[in-house]
Design a protein around this ligand. Structure first.
Ligand SMILES: *Cc1c(COP(=O)(O)O)cnc(C)c1O
Length: 355
């Protein structure tokens, strides 16, 4: 089965080789060294300041989203959340549970996050922004320069869930003064699910240290202390830390820009290839990570099943009310342009059979 899904993705051979090895004990100098190197390489990939710290959580991305809200925010903050799909709604649910005061910038179906829309919330005392930079439900990639400017003008902390944009679209913590970046192993990094990483700017580290968190497992100050010695407070997903090291080395050999370019090329190739098919692609800005396809009729479930069962190709179904009319094709992972050619041919075959 070939995965054209956002995560887990089609893995690279070298990751599979690392995965095949047995898991070593981890409270050792060797494992500390590996973690120090992982942090250093991740910071390079994020274009982060030297003072940035990265903590590693054994959790899926949602665990990291919740941990960030718990550690970086409290009841005295006034948070603005961009809600353009189900991942934005997840931040809303998390803030509700943890009693963080918030308002939402709500986007309607197909609506682009514009300056006009965002600046309705200007000068209203918000001090932190929560955003899923690539809203993976719809495929919209928000304008990072616009968000950066808005945060600067309003003196807000800029908190970014970059899980499905990291290594797929250009990203820089330094350039856009980002305070928190949330990452997860199974998306752009193409590793097994199981670890999530949170990069914290210096000023956010200070805010975190003053916060008191009602959690033992998700207390960032404990992780910040431990990462200085290359360790985590509790048993990490050791094997994935090894996968991460291997993958980051491979990415940095070629450079992050080359990695992003490769994903972009697949996206552009596929979008051009399906131009003549009776499918629609949303008009808002898209992440290179994924192409959402909209069909006129409710054929999405049938198409997903056809590709999976008859062609050995797995694409992402879409959640929410668009589900019956939409599929999502990811451009992350160990895939080539000829894989996308084949996928497009198969989609075409399915659509022809319908008429
Ligand atoms: C995949 C994803 C997550 C994490 O989801 P999990 O299932 O918890 O790993 C969070 N945010 C975005 C934008 C994502 O694409």
């Amino acid at each position: 089965m070939k995965l054209f899904t956002v995560g887990p993705t089609q893995m690279y051979d070298s990751t599979l080789e690392v995965r095949a090895k047995s898991i070593p004990y981890f409270r050792t100098e060797e494992f500390s060294k590996l973690n120090h190197e992982n942090v250093k390489m991740l910071k390079e990939c994020l274009d982060a300041e030297e003072s940035t710290e990265i903590i590693m959580l054994t959790a899926s991305g949602t665990g990291a989203m919740e941990a960030v809200v718990m550690n970086c925010l409290n009841e005295n903050d006034k948070v603005l959340i961009i809600v353009g799909g189900t991942f934005g709604e997840r931040f809303v649910d998390i803030c509700q549970i943890h009693k963080i005061p918030f308002d939402v910038v709500k986007l309607e179906d197909g609506e682009t996050l514009t300056e006009e829309k965002l600046y309705q919330y200007n000068g209203q005392g918000y001090n932190a922004l929560l955003v899923n930079l690539h809203e993976t439900q719809t495929g919209q990639l928000y304008d990072i320069e616009l968000l950066d400017r808005f945060c600067k003008e309003n003196e807000m902390y800029f908190i970014v869930d970059a899980i499905s944009t990291f290594l797929c679209d250009p990203y820089s913590m330094r350039k856009y003064s980002i305070d928190v970046t949330i990452l997860s192993s199974q998306k752009g990094l193409c590793l097994a699910p199981g670890i999530s990483m949170v990069a914290l700017s210096e000023r956010m580290q200070k805010k975190v240290e003053k916060n008191s968190v009602l959690s033992l497992y998700f207390d960032f100050s404990d992780y910040l202390k431990n990462i200085k010695r290359g360790q985590t407070p509790f048993t990490p997903a050791v094997g994935i830390h090894y996968e991460l090291h291997d993958r980051l080395e491979k990415i940095l050999e070629r450079g992050v820009e080359a990695q992003v370019k490769e994903v972009e090329q697949r996206a552009l190739f596929f979008r051009k290839r399906i131009k003549n098919l009776p499918v629609e692609i949303p008009t808002f800005p898209l992440s290179n990570a994924m192409t959402p396809l909209l069909f006129e009729n409710e054929i999405a479930e049938g198409l997903v099943a056809f590709l999976k069962n008859e062609k050995g190709q797995m694409v992402n179904p879409t959640g929410g009310k668009l589900g019956k009319r939409s599929i999502r094709v990811s451009h992350i992972g160990n895939l080539k342009l000829c894989d996308y050619e084949e996928l497009a041919e198969n989609i075409e075959e399915f659509l022809i059979k319908l008429v």
